[in-house]
Design a protein around this ligand. Structure first.
Ligand code: MF3
Ligand code: CO
Length: 247
């Protein structure tokens, strides 16, 4: 069941979403060769808490860290640790903040120093996939138009789309209905109502679409070991478009 939010609820959501936005920018400023993903995690967690919020990935279904940091062929849910980022890596940072009863959620992929052409194109196209998805999104849009737009742009650029992980509704819970796949058929799915709050999060792979989960039980990696990127915002569906809360 999709929970449509009231204007009052959306006003409360603005703060955790602003904290997500600011934390992503802060983490991005820390990304450089030599930093560990654990350091990024610790600085992000401290920052989220300094804003009076909780890093709500921590403990979610047993997840052991405050953020997800997925490097190169890691797609999502990379667990921060002693891995040192090196020139030429890309790192996808995904995090949630919980405050005043609501969650915000967002992700960005950052380049570590200079990266090769494939990785920089992948980062750019993944963000473009998000913008293609929201371009025509407003009250009344069929749900799967979102995934259709993401898939079209990714595949036109020679990339592929993960099937196993999807975007989602958000609010008092981190994951609410509906599921928002990054693939699908235009013109299908429920017509979204104004006041619906969604996380649209293209996860795009440079190579083949198949993924597997590492023995840690979380980290999703590409089977072909080619890189992946992730870009996510929390947004409100409005009568005439969208209002993005994590930008
Ligand atoms: N932030 C992720 C999402 O986009 C969820 C991370 S799973 C967690 O839905 F376990 F790390 F929290
Ligand atoms: Co999400």
């Amino acid at each position: 069941m999709i929970i449509v939010k009231t204007e009052q609820e959306i006003d409360v959501l603005r703060e955790p979403c602003a904290i997500v936005r600011d934390t992503l920018a802060y983490v991005g400023s820390l990304v450089r060769p030599g930093v560990t993903t654990q350091e990024l995690n610790d600085r992000a967690e401290a920052y989220i808490r300094s804003r009076g919020a909780i890093p709500s990935c921590l403990g979610y279904c047993g997840y052991p860290a405050g953020i997800c940091a997925s490097v190169n062929e890691e797609v999502v849910h990379g667990i921060p640790g002693p891995r040192v980022l090196r020139e030429g890596d890309i790192v996808s940072i995904d995090l949630c903040a919980y405050k005043n009863g609501f969650h915000g959620d967002g992700a960005r992929t950052f380049a570590v120093g200079q990266v090769d052409e494939e990785k920089s194109k992948l980062i750019r196209v993944t963000e473009e996939c998000f913008w293609k998805a929201v371009e025509n999104l407003r009250a009344g849009t069929p749900l799967y138009d979102i995934g259709a737009a993401v898939q079209k742009h990714a595949e036109e650029n020679g990339f592929s789309v993960v099937r196993e992980y999807v975007g989602h509704g958000i609010g008092r819970e981190m994951h609410e209905d509906p599921s928002v796949p990054n693939y699908g058929k235009r013109g299908t799915g429920v017509r979204l109502r104004a006041g619906t709050v969604l996380c649209i999060e293209p996860m795009i792979l440079a190579g083949d679409r198949r993924v597997r989960v590492l023995a840690d039980g979380w980290t999703a990696v590409t089977q072909d070991k080619r890189p992946a990127a992730h870009y996510e915002n929390t947004l409100v569906v409005r009568e005439d478009g969208v209002e993005i809360l994590t930008l």
